[in-house]
Write a protein that binds this ligand. Structure first.
Ligand code: RUB
Length: 317
């Protein structure tokens, strides 16, 4: 562990790693705040030392989870404005950028919620997978508009993020039916929209989200149920414009099965991918704070946002 990294930043990195802090937007918010702490608490005596500390903090945060592109996008946003020539000036640069980033994130989610809510009609039933704050922003706005919305919530094995979704929908006054993941197809006939979030959206319009999203989308397409992806532009993956693929996180066996039970059944190989890729042909609309897009045209927005290329502020120099 790099000694230059502030203990609070290490704690946040640990919490992202263990998923106490989880979900793409929440992770982005947490890393921006972590960089702000690193900057505020820095005892660097010269600008190069300060920059080195911030790079080390960014690297520690970057290495936690590989799939949610909101994480590197947040690091880039906060560190791109380090233009001052003194330590005090640089500190202010980082604090200002982090504050601006967190405010923009909140605003983007509210704006996206308006767009998504317009797609929902009074009396609609949605089906959710995992827990997405962007997706729930659409429901919350629809409810505030006076629409009656009901939800069928997939529990989302292995970590049951569906329980968080169920609780938050209940708090909004949305009647919830909880189902196991494998019951999804059985209930798709009763559903008007599948509504999910995204950890990353690729330049070809593919959506990377919690494992099980692609199977749900294929089933929904088969049933003729529209699939809406709520993803603020922070989820757009700039690297995919130049041919990079999105790294899918593989997590520990213990999340699925304990060692004793595993031994009892003959120690089979266990695979635990955290995310999957839904091809664009299974997605009806990607809802962002800049409006809704058919997946195939999301690249136009990406060119506008990342046209000048991106940096890697966590890279060693
Ligand atoms: C969370 C997940 C969520 C997206 C979007 O996975 O797949 O659908 O991150 O969430 P995990 P949000 O639980 O493994 O982090 O809309 O809140 O950014």
């Amino acid at each position: 562990m790099d000694e230059r990294v502030h203990p609070e930043v290490r704690r946040i990195a640990e919490e992202i790693d263990t998923m106490e802090i989880r979900g793409a937007a929440t992770i982005a918010d947490a890393v921006a705040r972590a960089l702000r702490t690193q900057a505020r608490e820095s005892e660097a005596t010269d600008p190069e030392m300060f920059r080195g500390e911030l790079r080390a903090a960014a690297r520690t945060l970057y290495e936690t989870r590989p799939t949610a592109v909101s994480l590197p996008n947040a690091l880039r946003y906060v560190l791109r404005g380090m233009s001052a020539t003194t330590v005090e000036g640089l500190r202010q640069n980082v604090v200002d950028s982090a504050d601006e980033f967190c405010a923009r994130l909140e605003r983007a989610q509210a704006d996206l919620g308006q767009v998504g809510a317009n797609r929902l009609r009074d009396g609609d039933v949605i089906m959710t997978h995992c827990h997405s704050t962007d997706a729930l922003a659409c429901v919350e706005t629809a409810v505030k508009q006076g629409k009656h919305i009901e939800a069928i919530v997939k529990e989302t094995r292995p970590r049951n993020q569906g329980h968080i979704t169920a609780r938050e929908l209940h708090e909004m006054g949305v009647p919830v039916t909880l189902i196991v993941d494998s019951a999804a197809r059985r209930y798709l006939n009763d559903v008007d929209h599948v509504l999910v979030g995204a950890d990353a959206v690729a330049a070809d319009g593919s959506v990377i989200n919690k494992i099980g999203t692609s199977g749900l989308a294929v089933n929904a397409r088969d049933r003729g149920t529209p699939i809406m992806v709520a993803a603020q532009t922070l989820k757009l993956h700039p690297g995919t414009m130049t041919g990079h693929t999105v790294d899918i996180e593989m997590r520990e066996t213990e999340e699925i099965i304990d060692a004793e039970t595993l031994a009892e059944i003959g120690n089979p190989t266990v695979k635990n991918p955290a995310f999957d890729v839904t091809p664009p042909r299974y997605v009806d609309a990607i809802v962002t704070e800049r409006g809704q897009f058919p997946p195939e045209s999301i690249v136009i927005l990406m060119r506008e946002l990342f046209g000048e290329g991106t940096t890697e502020p966590w890279a060693e120099r």
